[in-house]
Design a protein around this ligand. Structure first.
Ligand SMILES: C[S@@+](CC[C@H](N)C(=O)[O-])C[C@H]1O[C@@H](n2cnc3c(N)ncnc32)[C@H](O)[C@@H]1O
Length: 295
């Protein structure tokens, strides 16, 4: 590792108001901004994976993911994820928040590969399996969850780090208009228009029920914007919440640094409520356009 990029403590930046528990800075190792030199190391992300796996937070995330998978399988007993798509990660080589989110992505990919039907096994057993899979995935010979990432902010160094972790960097900016193939969309703190585009692209009962999203609570978005504006600008998000078509498995705030995971939920769609939505009557063939202030 280049000396310029030894692990260093960076000042804790807070996105949200409020004090850290005990008033302490989180003890996370971070990269200094080292984009100008080709210096990064997957061991940094693997260390974050190890740190995360040791937390109650991670155990809860996996329990919630198990519940979400079971929910999906109630109406489609053969449901299993075929790909994981990550939009809007940010820059993991320069941003601790993105790096920790990348570490959780790695854990989730291992979990769904090892436990495609979810699991009620005890946490120690699940954790061991995830750890084994992550160790095995360092050797390219093992099968992996197909996981693709896109963020227009990725630098060359970010892309290399992501690929070294066994993921694929997408070349195309899909603007989140991707038809779901039983996809898990990992979209932590993405802008509302990206979620709205995703719903627009999958606007049918079949399409929507094949999407599972780890992202910001739609319910909170709905409550945070005046209804008229939300309805005009984010029609598909509005319709999903207004018709109670979703079920959100709320994740805890990550106490080490509440900028990383807050207001995060695993979002699945309720087939019974979806059946009541008039998909044909509400779909516009033209992709949504947004006012500048919402982009
Ligand atoms: C609010 S930031 C979230 C970053 C990080 N996940 C976090 O929680 O701090 C939104 C991210 O979405 C990215 N973004 C913008 N347009 C995008 C697109 N078309 N596809 C994927 N990501 C996009 C931005 O570059 C930015 O990194």
């Amino acid at each position: 590792m280049n000396e310029a990029c030894e692990w260093t403590m960076i000042p804790y930046k807070r996105h949200r108001k409020g004090k850290h528990k005990n008033g302490k800075k989180p003890a996370l190792p971070c990269y200094a901004d080292c984009d100008s030199v080709k210096a990064y190391d997957c061991t940094y992300v693997y260390k974050l994976v190890t740190n995360l796996l040791a937390t109650k937070f991670c155990q809860t995330v996996i329990e919630k993911m198990s519940e979400a998978i079971k929910f999906q399988r109630q109406t489609n007993q053969h449901f299993r994820f075929e790909e994981v798509i990550c939009y809007g990660l940010g820059r993991p080589t320069t941003n601790t928040v993105s790096a920790v989110q990348l570490a959780l992505l790695k854990i989730l990919c291992s979990f769904i590969l090892k436990f495609p039907k979810g699991s009620q096994a005890d946490w120690t057993t699940i954790k061991d399996e995830i750890e084994k899979d992550i160790i095995a995935s360092k050797d390219n010979s093992t099968s992996k969850t197909k996981c693709l990432l896109f963020d227009p902010a990725f630098s060359k160094v970010d892309k290399t780090l992501i690929e070294d972790l066994g993921f694929v960097v997408m070349e195309t900016n899909e603007l989140a208009k991707r038809p779901s193939q039983k996809s898990l969309f990992y979209m932590i703190h993405c802008d509302k228009w990206l979620y709205n585009n995703l719903l627009w692209k999958n606007w049918s009962s079949h399409g929507i029920k094949n999407c599972v999203i780890v992202g910001n609570s739609f319910q909170t978005m709905y409550e945070g914007v005046p209804t008229r504006i939300f309805k005009e600008q984010f029609k598909y998000l509005y319709l999903i919440v207004e018709h109670s078509c979703l079920r959100e498995f709320t994740l805890p705030v990550w106490q080490e640094n509440d900028a990383v995971f807050n207001d995060t939920a695993i979002i699945v769609f309720n087939p019974k409520s979806l059946a009541k939505l008039d998909f044909n009557g509400t779909w516009d063939s033209i992709c949504p356009v947004y006012e500048d202030e919402f982009l």
